[in-house]
Design a protein around this ligand. Structure first.
Ligand code: IMP
Ligand code: MG
Length: 185
C-alpha cells in the first residue's frame, strides 16, 4: 500500500502496523478458541473501531457477524463524563447472543462501562470487550476487558481509526501527534 502521510506530524510511532497485525493474530486465535461452537456477534463502536473491527473480523470464521453502534459521550473538552448518548443503535436483537464489543481505545473506561451495562440489559447470553489500546486511567474504572491489544502511556494518539478533529484515522499505525499540529509548538 502507498499511504500518504508526513512523519513530521508525529513525535513517535507507538504501535507499528506490523505490531498491530501480530497482536491481532494472537487475539483472534484466543477469541476463536473461546467462542468455539458459538455464534458470535462483533459490535463495533463507530467510528474509531472501524480499522480494528475490519482486521479482527477477517481473522474470524465467516459465520461471525458484525453490527455497529455510534455513541457520543458528553464531557468537558476531551474528557469523558460517563454520560453517553446513542447516535446509532444496533440493527441486531441481542437476545441470547454472544456479543463481543470491539473498541479502539479505553481511556477513562467510562464509555465502555456504560456500553457494557447497556448491552447486558438487552438479554444477551454474554457481553465481553476487546479493545486494541488501553491507557493507564482505565485501571480506575471497574470494566472487565477480556481482550486488550496494547497498554500505552497517557499520550493523545491518532491513527488506525483514532482521530484528531476527524483527521488521521486512515494511518496504518498508532502515533503520538506532534503538538505543532494543534498549534502548541
Ligand atoms: P473513555 O470513555 O474515556 O474510555 O473514552 C474512550 C473514547 O475517547 C475512545 O473511544 C476514543 O474515541 C476517545 N479517545 C480516548 N483517548 C483517545 C486518544 O488518545 N486519541 C483519540 N481518541 C481518544
Ligand atoms: Mg471510540
Amino acid at each position: 500500500m502507498n499511504a500518504q502521510f508526513d512523519m513530521n506530524d508525529f513525535t513517535e510511532i507507538i504501535v507499528s502496523e506490523k505490531q498491530i497485525a501480530t497482536r491481532l493474530d494472537e487475539i483472534a486465535a484466543q477469541i476463536r478458541e473461546d467462542y468455539q461452537g458459538e455464534e458470535l456477534l462483533l459490535v463495533g463502536v463507530l467510528k474509531g473501531a472501524v480499522m480494528v473491527m475490519a482486521d479482527l473480523a477477517r481473522r474470524m470464521p465467516p459465520q461471525v457477524q458484525m453490527d455497529w453502534m455510534a455513541v457520543s459521550s458528553y464531557g468537558s473538552g476531551t474528557r469523558s463524563s460517563g454520560v453517553v448518548r446513542i447516535l446509532k443503535d444496533l440493527d441486531a436483537d441481542l437476545t441470547g447472543r454472544h456479543v463481543l464489543i470491539v473498541e479502539d481505545i479505553m481511556d477513562t473506561g467510562m464509555t465502555l462501562s456504560w456500553l457494557l451495562g447497556n448491552l447486558r440489559s438487552r438479554g444477551a447470553a454474554s457481553v465481553e470487550v476487546a479493545a486494541l489500546l488501553r491507557k493507564p486511567d482505565a485501571a480506575s474504572v471497574d470494566v472487565d476487558v477480556k481482550y486488550v491489544g496494547f497498554d500505552i502511556p497517557n499520550d493523545f494518539v491518532v491513527g488506525y481509526g483514532l482521530d484528531f478533529d476527524e483527521k488521521y484515522r486512515t494511518l496504518p499505525f498508532v502515533a503520538v501527534l506532534n503538538p505543532k499540529v494543534y498549534g502548541e509548538a
